[in-house]
Design a protein around this ligand. Sequence first.
Ligand code: BEZ
Length: 249
Amino acid sequence: MRWNGRYDSSFGYVSAQGAPLVDLLDPRPGERILDLGCGTGVFSAEIAGRGAEVLGIDGSPAMIEKAIALHPGMTFIVGDGHDFTVADRYDAVFSNAALHWMGRDPMAVIASVRDALQPGGRFVAELGGAGNCAELIAAMLTAWREYGLREPELPWFFPTPAEYATLLEKGGFAVRLLEYFDRPTPLDDSPGGAADWVRVFGASLLAGLPTEIVEPLLRRVNELAAPALRRETGWMADYVRLRFAAVRR
Ligand code: BEZ
């Protein structure tokens, strides 16, 4: 699914699916760009490499500590996407695989991004879209139920394209491009498959459980997820992406 305005023609940007998100951002030398949910700063550094001045913000102090260590000379600060403020306005806000962790109040996130941008500033981002990790989540919910556990409150927000476009428009943005597509993703860093993925990304859901059930529960997640997600070459996560470029009105 795809809506696009000027990006194809004026920005030389053709398709989301194979192209790097940074190409859609199209950072120019001297631009001021904020990387929201920067993690360890991989994309911040790439954007800075194209000549932009970058500020990376992340809610995790541990991530920011790593970003500072990995990218000396760059600026990274701890901040919550729901209510961060910046002293001077930016030309663009970029965000990769982070907005789906900011689901408590997505409108507040969009409002903070808007306040950080100058009029005409770009908001270019990718997040998990509706149906993201559906097989992983179904395996988790079934395993939780089989073990007599309360249904876990998932910490992610995976909106439909229509939902997110509406939020952006209500939040004062004009949507120029919106794409929604499957991106099956090898779990290269998770040799233990779906179980490892839950250990890393669903750590908060495991935190309150009796320790003795965690391993059998995760083994069951693997059994349930394997038919859909385990291939001969390894495990594959059923990621669905929502990618957009919007402009502050
Ligand atoms: C992702 O779609 O990138 C994702 C979703 C939930 C947890 C971790 C990653």
